[in-house]
Design a protein around this ligand. Structure first.
Ligand SMILES: [Zn+2]
Ligand SMILES: [Zn+2]
Length: 301
């Protein structure tokens, strides 16, 4: 957690966070305290949503009610001091629409971070590409003779399907770590992120996101991961700006001290990319606010 004097401005919230209810550490209340101390505009809990199959990082379905109660209790505790929002990071897999509908969509959640952690060809068991580099390389060799392109194509296809599905929910959503499929791709070791086929996939996804009016987070956790770049990286973030897609800063924190991880760097990256608007949570409805206005407000403080 940075010093309040380094805080990037009251307009930035931290909405992508994982507590002990899933694979993170710390209580929801610890996060709210850290967010208030960091001078953030709001805090949101986004535990990994339960899945209908065994998964070691997601919240068990049996814990969901307790999670919801705990976030609401924290919201009441911080009333008048810090807005607290109840969210989930939803793992998108094709065909789970009825499960999402039954368990999450009308159950009082304020928002969803929508992410793709699983890939896999039709009819085959889905696999989590982000588990470890060794697992990624093994799957690549076993399924595609080491060629990453079919996996990357599958990933972006899933991003598009996800956006088409969640745009119909009528609830606040944003895309989680858009180019995370490049997690192990430092120095383009598995595929070239400058190739036309890759940039075409990205642009198709951005067309779909723009048409849906969704925001894409700038996930600052990537700077501390093997890829050593925020997600999305600068090239894709610039393309988001060209598409007029709004953004927001996300720490993807797995412990309270990281609630505003690298937010000052993140803000600079948003500015340099030319992002014009950020998504701001509000109990009365989420708003798109001009980023230049945010910076101007800070200058005036
Ligand atoms: Zn994620
Ligand atoms: Zn996450």
């Amino acid at each position: 957690m940075s010093n309040p004097s380094d805080a990037p401005g009251q307009i930035f919230a931290s909405l992508h966070t994982h507590s002990r209810f899933c694979d993170g550490e710390g209580e929801i209340e610890d996060y709210a305290r850290a967010a208030a101390r960091a001078g953030l505009a709001a805090f949101g809990a986004s535990g990994h949503a339960p899945l209908p199959f065994p998964c070691d990082y997601a919240m068990p379905l049996a814990l969901l009610d307790r999670y919801r109660d705990d976030v609401r209790r924290t919201r009441d505790l911080y009333e008048g001091e810090l807005p607290v929002f109840l969210g989930l990071e939803l793992d998108y897999l094709p065909g789970l629409g009825a499960f999402y509908e039954r368990e999450f969509l009308r159950r009082g959640f304020d928002y969803f971070v929508c992410s793709v952690h699983y890939v896999g060809e039709a009819g085959a068991e889905p696999w989590a590409y982000d588990e470890s580099e060794a697992a990624f390389a093994t799957q690549l060799a076993a399924r595609h003779d080491g060629d990453a392109r079919p996996i990357v194509e599958d990933y972006y296809r899933r991003i598009r399907l996800m956006v088409e599905e969640v745009r119909c929910w009528g609830l606040p959503t944003f895309v989680g770590h858009l180019d995370r499929i490049a997690l192990w791709n430092r120095d383009d070791r598995y595929f070239s992120t400058r190739d036309k086929w890759y940039l075409d996939l990205v642009d198709q996804a951005l067309d779909t996101i723009e048409a849906a009016g969704m925001a894409v987070e700038l996930n600052t956790s990537g700077w501390d991961k093997p890829v050593a770049s925020a997600n999305p990286g600068p090239t894709i973030l610039r393309r988001c700006a060209e598409h007029g897609i709004p953004s927001l800063l996300s720490a993807d924190a797995h412990r309270p001290a990281l609630v505003d991880r690298r937010f000052a760097e993140g803000r600079r990256q948003l500015e340099e990319a030319g992002i014009r608007e950020i998504l701001v949570p509000d109990a009365a409805g989420w708003r798109r606010v001009p980023l230049s206005g945010v910076l101007q407000d800070e200058v005036n403080q």
